[in-house]
Write a protein that binds this ligand. Structure first.
Ligand code: MG
Length: 377
């Protein structure tokens, strides 16, 4: 790895793991974190969890797995170009969505509503529960025993109430301090990735058209450039070229603005990052352009009647499952029954959050279908 900036996260000054372990051979501490994340059950399940579209609607749509890989790719490029810790940015990116429920935002909203009286459900916190407790793979500890800096990056936001219960990880929310620049990068790489792939998937699904999208300045600019440079180009290639250029523009803008912010702040060490305002940022102009794109996607894609129908179905599945397990915890698989003896609602939420889209659909059918069930037990 190229020389790191003095304010980058450096593994030699890491706050380490909850349970001390011998240093890894042939890889860095953050590479070890990345490897543990990739080998986890929750990571594999991301393949069958959706962002906007439900997994079985088409093989070409993004899933949470491909989304996480795209976030990692974008975050690594930015980290490398700012002389920050690429391995850490990659590890945080790959873990950032591990706590997501099935059925994307509809699923998260539904589970949060079910959990309202029991402390709520928040996917960031759930990602942390996955890496801190829920994975059962290692002989000597629960979870993945990741480094502090990776766990800190996973916990993007958090309520004051939850922060108070999180010990050293919650401190920055209480003291209004910032996480590492690597964590800040991952947060915005996530935004770049999903805005752009939602455009791409929206077009592929036919729910959006290029004509509609031409009303969004960020898209219109690149669309015009591509059409001008390559007259007669097939429509699919026009879309890919446009999305590719949009990602490039956003990444370049983010790097330039962040370099400017970092320079102005005169950072010397990681501690300065924590005391400074957020430094990884888009330019004011790009924030405006991104806002227009998000607004467009919200109105035309996330609120499209076909997406809304699927969301309604998803919410019903989640609340039905939650209701029946809360009513009778003996219906839960054995490991969750044991957890339910301590805290039934949290055990049910952990079980449901871990489900893939298709598993949730099957589980719903197994429990509620009165006709002959062909999905197997
Ligand atoms: Mg994400």
């Amino acid at each position: 790895m190229a020389e790191l900036a003095s304010y980058a996260v450096n593994e030699s000054s890491s706050r380490g793991r909850k349970i001390a372990e011998a240093a890894p051979h042939g890889r860095s501490e953050f590479q070890r974190d990345r490897d543990r994340i990739i080998h986890s059950n929750a990571f594999r399940r991301l393949e069958y969890k959706t962002q906007v579209f439900v997994n079985h609607e088409g093989d070409l749509f993004r899933t949470r797995l491909t989304h996480s890989i795209e976030v990692a790719q974008i975050a690594r490029s930015i980290a490398r170009s700012l002389h920050l810790n690429e391995d850490l940015a990659e590890a945080i990116s790959l873990a950032h969505d591990l706590g997501h429920t099935p059925f994307g935002h509809a699923g998260q909203d539904a589970l949060n509503a079910c959990m309202k009286a029991y402390g709520g459900f928040e996917h960031n916190l759930q990602s942390l529960r996955v890496v801190d407790m829920l994975e059962e793979r290692y002989a000597t500890f629960d979870g993945l025993n990741l480094c502090f800096e990776t766990r800190e990056g996973i916990l993007k936001h958090c309520s004051a109430e939850n922060a108070a219960q999180l010990g050293e990880l919650g401190e920055r929310f209480q003291n209004n301090r910032r996480p590492s620049l690597e964590a800040q990068i991952t947060n915005l790489a996530d935004e770049i990735a999903y805005n752009n792939h939602d455009v791409d998937d929206g077009l592929r699904s036919g729910l959006l058209t290029l004509e509609q999208l031409a009303s969004v300045p960020l898209v219109a600019k690149h669309l015009e450039e591509v059409r001008h440079a390559y007259p007669g180009l097939a429509e699919r290639r026009v879309v890919h070229e446009t999305v590719r250029c949009m990602i490039g523009t956003l990444v370049t803008d983010l790097i330039q603005q962040s370099e400017h912010n970092i320079g102005k702040q005169g950072l010397a060490a990681l501690e300065d990052v924590r005391n400074a305002p957020p430094l990884i940022a888009f330019s004011t102009e790009m924030i405006e352009q991104q806002r227009a794109l998000k607004k467009f996607l919200h109105t035309n894609l996330y609120r499209h009647y076909r997406v809304m129908r699927m969301s309604a179905k998803a919410q019903r599945i989640i609340s039905d499952l939650f209701g029946i397990f809360m009513g009778d915890s003996r219906l839960l698989p054995p490991q969750f029954q044991r957890q339910a003896e301590q805290d039934c609602a949290r055990a049910v939420a952990d079980y449901i959050a871990g489900m893939t889209d298709r598993y949730a659909i099957r589980e719903h059918r197994r429990i509620f279908a009165v006709e002959e069930v062909t999905v197997g037990f």
